[in-house]
Design a protein. Structure first.
Length: 114
């Protein structure tokens, strides 16, 4: 018997608004960020509009969607469960990251001041 259920596709405009710098390879072929000195995850979260999907947060954190789901279920990362969908408030994530890693907050302030 074939599965006749169609896959769910979420129309989430926030994934297009969250900007992540393009990845490039160094001399050894290892991936690296194109501009690591100017990218700060806190600044990216401040620029995000609306709630973020698991896929958005996974790409920001450099983790798989499965890892983000697992972290949210274990309450290792702040999230909301709305209508059966896991979503993330960017301002709450920014506060959580700033408390977890104070150096990120300091770097974001330096980038803003520049």
């Amino acid at each position: 018997m074939q599965n006749t259920t169609k896959p769910r596709h979420h129309n989430n405009s926030t994934s297009r608004e969250t900007k992540i710098p393009p990845r490039q390879a160094d001399a050894d072929g290892n991936p690296r960020s194109a501009a690591p000195e100017t990218f700060n995850i806190l600044l990216a979260l401040e620029a995000a509009r609306g709630l973020l999907s698991v896929r958005d947060v996974a790409s920001l954190l450099g983790r798989s969607s499965w890892s983000v789901y697992r972290m949210a279920e274990k309450r290792q990362i702040p999230s909301l469960l709305i209508g059966g969908s896991r979503v993330f408030d960017p301002s709450v994530l920014a506060l959580w990251l700033a408390k977890k890693e104070p150096t990120l907050a300091a770097a974001a302030r330096r980038i803003k001041a520049a």
